[in-house]
Design a protein around this ligand. Sequence first.
Ligand code: BG6
Ligand code: MG
Length: 234
Amino acid sequence: MGKKGFIFDLDGVIVDTAKYHFLAWKALANSIGIDFSHQQNEQLKGVSREQSLIKILAWGNKKLSQDEFLSLMAKKNEAYLEYISNMDDSEILPAVNETLKYLANQRQPIALGSASKNSKQILKKVNLLEKFDAIVDGNNVTKAKPDPEVFLKAAQAINVLPEDCVVFEDSVAGIQAANTAHMISIGIGEASVLNEADFIFKDFTYMPPGFLYKLTTLKKDAINKDDRSNQHSS
Ligand code: BG6
Ligand code: MG
């Protein structure tokens, strides 16, 4: 049996920070006269800070100088850092601790694959930094999801072949990145949004008993496709 590797996205998978990104972007967009909906926010999940601002400006048909652009990026991050300044481990999403513990007990390599440049700071705040064998984040990549760079680098960092990696993601861009990297993609969130994922669960508590064990031992095709439909039971 070959070695498997487990790659976790951060925002919206490990911690409930997706709501803070939304609030910070909404305030920023509104401050320059651009509307910002939840539906637009879905398209920013998993997308880098820079690419997110480019999209928002395009939606609002706004052109800025380089200086203005940089100052808005800094402003968004300031607001976001303010939101996360009081975070603690109560904001770890359901059954994430148990999942990480199970994988560590099984001696499975665990990596972070996030677009965020704030990932280490957040993991420290919620006391999870030492649970990861490798951290690959927005500081280590040049191409934003849906490009697979972040996950391929994470696989390399834990020394596991891409096809033996499993990715947990809450964003459409991240699922596409995992699929392009030929990894098993597991959507954490709504099936209507993440329908390109190999498997989808509302959150980690919805994974059927034995599913994680299957992930540690089997290739994608051998995992029972029935597990796809388990997202609505607990
Ligand atoms: C991703 C989030 O994880 O990180 C995006 O889903 C965010 O919403 C991106 O824009 C970059 O994060 P940060 O913390 O570097 O601004
Ligand atoms: Mg995410």
